[in-house]
Design a binder for this molecule. Structure first.
Ligand code: S6P
Ligand code: ZN
Length: 186
């Protein structure tokens, strides 16, 4: 038997994943209609503006029981009006599935919302580790001036329920106020 080289590398300073099986996706402002509150500010921005991108590894098919997915999300610095760039946010389609997040670079916020609509906001800084409970929607926000990147590991049968967030929204938004991030009720 011989040693084999790793098939994947994660750069823990940036979150970049290197390997043959990395799936890349991008979300621009045009992909995020209904996400940001200030529609007038949004209309004045270029729809092709990149908001975030993902690098993911899916070693098994989606819906496979007991498999794991692994990926990094990179959120650009920016705002729509006063509201910082953020992800769409989702519950898991199998809502009892947990997820782990861990920050590589930049500063951000993890917004969490339970099924009753009760929200929490955790600061994310390099090394911070966040265990997202079952039945909890999650959205991440870049509150800094540089790219904010974090890793994620989640069950391959978790799936994504974006519809509930599209209908209900999150109960809290993160905006810049006097040059600092602030939480406002939505
Ligand atoms: C998947 C995990 C992340 C997000 C990514 C983008 O369960 O939570 O990989 O997919 O941060 O966020 P969203 O809300 O657009 O999927
Ligand atoms: Zn998730």
């Amino acid at each position: 038997m011989e040693f084999s080289d790793p098939e994947l590398f994660t750069d823990f300073t940036s979150g970049e994943i290197r390997g043959s099986a990395v799936d890349r996706a991008e979300r621009t402002l045009a992909d995020l209609s209904g996400v940001f509150a200030d529609t007038a500010a949004l209309a004045a921005m270029a729809p092709r503006t990149l908001v975030y991108r993902t690098e993911c590894v899916f070693p098994v098919a989606a819906d496979t029981p007991a498999g794991l997915f692994w990926g990094t999300t990179f959120i650009e610095p920016g705002k729509v009006g006063a509201e910082y760039f953020m992800t769409k946010g989702h519950f898991h389609a199998r809502a009892d599935r947990m997820e782990a997040y861990f920050t590589f670079a930049g500063t951000g916020v993890l917004l969490l919302m339970d099924r009753a609509g009760s929200c929490r906001a955790e600061r994310m800084v390099a090394g911070s580790t966040h265990l997202i409970p079952a039945y909890t929607a999650h959205r991440t926000v870049n509150t800094g001036a540089s790219v904010f990147s974090f890793g994620a590991c989640w069950p391959s049968d978790a799936g994504h329920d974006y519809g509930s967030i599209a209908e209900r929204g999150f109960g809290v938004r993160v905006v810049e106020r006097d040059g600092e991030p602030a939480l406002v009720s939505a």
